[in-house]
Structure formats: C-alpha cells, structure tokens
Ligand binder design. Structure first.
Ligand SMILES: Cc1cc2nc3c(=O)[nH]c(=O)nc-3n(C[C@H](O)[C@H](O)[C@H](O)COP(=O)(O)OP(=O)(O)OC[C@H]3O[C@@H](n4cnc5c(N)ncnc54)[C@H](O)[C@@H]3O)c2cc1C
Length: 271
C-alpha cells in the first residue's frame, strides 16, 4: 500500500449512542453516532475508519470495551458478553454536533454461515439510543505528489469511503471513479466531487455475481486519462489486489502510487 495505514497518534475508545438511522437505498443504511466522546476523535485522512463494537439485536448482556486494549477484554469475556466488532469508515464528521455518520452496506450471506451477518443485522435493527463503542484505526488515502488526477475503485463496502474522499478532494484532483453496487437503485444521484470527475456506476443486478468482478473488468477495459495519477482501491480482497496487479503489471504504474485495501473476504466473516 502507498505509505500503508496511518494510525492515529492518540486514540481512545469512544462510548457513543446511535442518534439516527436512515435507509438510503435497498442496500445502504446511514447511521449517525454521537456523544460527548466525539470531541476525542482526531479527524484525519479522507478514508478514516474505525472498529465499531456493538451488541447483537436483543442481547442486553454485552459489555462494551473500556479502553484501547480491547482485545484482552474481548478474549477474557464469555461469548454472550463479548461485543461484535466490525470496521466502518467515517462518512461524514460533524464535530459541531458531536456526531459522525457511518454508512453500512447490507448484504446477504450463505445460509450455511448463519442467518444474517452481524454488521447487517445490527444496522437493520439499530435504533436511537443504542450504545456502541468506536476505536479510530486511521487512514491510508494519501495522493502522491505530482498526481494530476486520481483513480478510485471499489465495491459497495467502499462506496461510503469513496464518496467521503470525493467530497473532500481538492478541485485540482479530478477523479475517474468505478463503483460497483448491488442494484441500480443503489446508485447515488447527487455526488459532490472535484470538477472533471467521471463516475462509472456498475450495478450488478444479479445477486449471484461475485462482488468486485464488474469493477475489475471495467478498469481493465477502460481508456484512462493521460498523466500521472494516484489510485485508491478498496472492497472485496480480490478486487483490491486485482486492481493493483493490473495497474502495476499491465499499465506499469509504480506501486508507490497505489493505496489498496481488502475491506472483506469472500466467504469469510470478519474477525
Ligand atoms: C478500513 C475498512 C473500512 C470499511 N468501511 C466500510 C464502510 O464504510 N461501510 C461498509 O458497509 N463496510 C465497510 N467495510 C467492510 C466491512 O467491515 C465488512 O464488509 C464486514 O465484513 C461486514 O461485517 P458483516 O458482519 O456484515 O459480515 P461478516 O460477518 O464479516 O461476513 C459474513 C459473510 O458476508 C460476507 N461479506 C462481508 N462483507 C460483505 C459485503 N460488504 N458484501 C457482501 N458480502 C460480504 C463475508 O464474505 C462472509 O461470507 C470496511 C472495512 C475496512 C477494513
């Protein structure tokens, strides 16, 4: 990864509560998390993300972590008291109202693995007042000096982060964006982005198509703009690594100009 993940210098577990939930489209829910602890969140890179600790719906016995050494507490707790932990990006930070938004992509999973994935189950059931904890894990988006444009590629898990990056990018860094989404109804109609940006929406439609396939194919087939560029790609692991392999191997892009991150792995639950 170009420069790797930059961890925050100072961080602490934030104890927060759900303030609002909004269904954005068939496969996306926006959740506002807030509380006094938001003042301790150091705003950093545009793809800043953190670990969210939450209880399964209906489990009132969960004990949220008390400090950054959450792993130890996690290991010592009995299964019923252990919170779920999943990573989500900060979509929008509103320090003036002591809150920030995350956007969760809702997905189905193989019934053999269980009824509903914990992150999806939590997002669907979340209500104002629900307690959660959040631990900042830093960022990796860092455009290379000299880049005249940027290439952003992701599936639905990376869509909230890509939109956050576009909203905050300098006007001098137009983007070529490839975003794969589960359905045409998940396409965002209003996106704030630097002038000259082109967004290629790639709705899968067919639920049996493996996420990431369309975006990888589209980038391989694309006629990209001239000039030095910086790439940020995230999503299903094969998408992120496939994009990097393609750019380095076939387009001779220096590895140092690419940030890539597997956000999840096909067929594998997080943690
Ligand atoms: C730095 C970082 C930032 C992230 N930011 C976001 C974000 O802002 N919004 C967001 O929605 N996700 C984000 N993710 C991805 C998210 O953490 C994973 O998708 C996570 O696995 C979701 O947990 P779950 O409980 O829903 O599924 P899990 O229990 O982890 O997985 C259950 C099953 O579902 C599959 N699966 C997991 N995620 C997906 C998916 N997105 N689509 C289809 N199948 C899936 C797994 O392969 C597994 O088979 C981010 C990940 C990282 C590392």
């Amino acid at each position: 990864m170009a420069g790797g993940t930059r961890r925050p210098r100072h961080r602490r577990i934030l104890t927060l509560a759900v303030q609002a939930c909004e269904r954005l489209s068939p496969h996306f829910i926006s959740i506002t998390l807030g509380g006094d602890d938001v003042q301790h969140l150091e705003q950093s890179g545009y793809d800043q993300a953190g670990r969210l600790f939450f209880a399964d719906p209906g489990n009132d016995d969960v004990v949220l972590p008390g400090n950054e050494r959450w792993m130890l507490q996690h290991t010592l707790q009995s299964a019923g008291r252990r919170p779920r932990v999943r990573t989500y990006s900060i979509r929008r930070h509103a320090p003036e109202s002591s809150a920030f938004d995350i956007e969760i992509s809702l997905h189905e999973q193989d019934p053999a693995e269980g009824p509903v994935a914990p992150g999806t189950a939590w997002a669907l059931a979340a209500e104002p007042g629900d307690k959660v904890a959040f631990l900042d894990e830093g960022y990796s988006y860092a455009p290379t000096p000299g880049a005249t444009w940027q290439l952003l590629v992701g599936d639905e898990s990376a869509l909230p982060t890509a939109l956050a990056i576009l909203e905050r990018s300098a006007d001098t860094l137009p983007a070529e964006v490839f975003l794969e989404v589960p359905s045409a109804e998940d396409i965002r109609r209003e996106v704030t982005a630097p002038p000259g940006t082109t967004i290629h929406w790639l709705p899968r439609g067919n639920p049996s198509t493996r996420p990431g396939t369309l975006a990888l194919r589209a980038v391989k087939d694309a006629r990209l703009p001239p000039g030095p560029f910086y790439t940020w790609t995230a999503g299903e692991s094969s998408l992120a690594t496939g994009i990097r392999r393609h750019l380095v191997g076939e387009r001779h892009v220096p590895k140092s100009d690419i940030s890539f991150r597997g956000y999840w792995r096909h067929g594998r639950a997080s943690l």
